[in-house]
Design a binder for this molecule. Sequence first.
Ligand code: F0G
Length: 466
Amino acid sequence: MSVTELVYQKCIRPDCGHTLSHDDTSFACPKCNGLMDVLYDWDRLPVPKSLKEFEKAWQTRSNPLDFSGVWRFRKLLPFVPDEKILTIGEGQTLLQKADFIGKRIGMDAGSLFLQYEGMNPSGSFKDNGMTAAFSHARMTGARRAACASTGNTSASLAIYCSATSQMKGIVFVGSGKISYGKLAQALDHGALTIQIEGDFDDAMHQVQQMAKRLGVYLVNSINPFRLEGQKTIMFRVLESLNWEVPDWIVVPGGNLGNSSAFGKAFLELKALGLVNRLPRLAIINAAGADTCFQLFNHDGLRWQGGCWDKTIVDRYYRQLDESKRRADTLASAIEINRPVNLPKALRALDAMDGVVRQTTDQEILDAKAMVGAGGLGCEPASAASVAGLIQLRQEGVIAPSDRVVCILTAHQMKDSAATVAYHGSDPKTFEEVLGVRGVRRANFANRPVQVSNDLEAIVRSIEIYS
Ligand code: F0G
């Protein structure tokens, strides 16, 4: 029996439960327009007896599928035959102990870890999902792939498209919203780049219509096969912790794909008897793009066994439209007001006893500078996780002894304008780049020193400042 006969898609709403075959690429329930899950017939698939079994793949790293930090866990995402998998060595990531930050925020030594996804081929966590989406796309014979993006998804799509050399990539970005580092990647890897007049939410709406009309394979996280790949971020966290479940996972929330994937990963591990408990989940929104925070904390939106109240969400979006409120944050990667995976994130919050917080651009940039000083470079959106952790420590929700993993979603070089403005000594640049968004102080600035072209002056400066 082939693997694909044991895989299908199912609408996440239990009161609908419509199913589709594994090779359907509409990525929406035809009955209720809800989100789809990838499900497996675990009774007939080979399930590992314990997570430790995955350590065997370390000995066979010359096989690219065992080298990949995604596919060495392929028994837990068995939707694709090995020969269709497209890997470019994604997922070579590290879980780094972060006592440098932990100490500053009153955590016990050895309890804070940063999962650094900036080491992926395109520099962000997206590659975990993109390798899965492209492997599925190849199974279905797709010739073109598209996404809307704040920049990282498009960079990742572009790199995987160029690696297949058979598929054309099409990316939709909001005009003026994308950082140069990310735009450069889409252009350099040859994706057709469409800058639409509007923001990410507009681009997301348009790309879905376009994909349907032209039959283009969509790789946004509404594609449930992409989320299968993102589950492996959690598998690698567990692997690094010697298969012990941490107390907390803290993750930035944008389109809520990661949060959704993490919830599914742990629900499946629990159902398969591979873990005995779930960590708690903290989703961190930017204050200027805080739909999940508002709906969860103020409007009381909950999963409710899958029967979440859509009228609450519709009312919230109506209010956004009426007040013409647009997402607005320096953490451009998570500048999203209409997260497509909201229902799946509600499921994850329910299963993982989750919380949602929002954090200001000032807090995000200060947290980013702390991360940088501690030895890891991340982009602003990534640091939302650490800014959120600081808040949850101050509230006492996270205890000093809790074992916490913050996800650092992307590399520092992705978006350097804000970093340079933050650390720079030029008040005009600071005001122009950061002040407009309410950032007033660079609390952890490492200012460049201006010095004349003269050895004596240079030596004097070094003696003063070092
Ligand atoms: N961090 C970074 C660096 C991101 O690029 C994104 C999303 C997120 C966090 C949020 O993750 O959507 O799973 O909640 N970026 C998307 C993009 C939207 O188009 O690159 P999420």
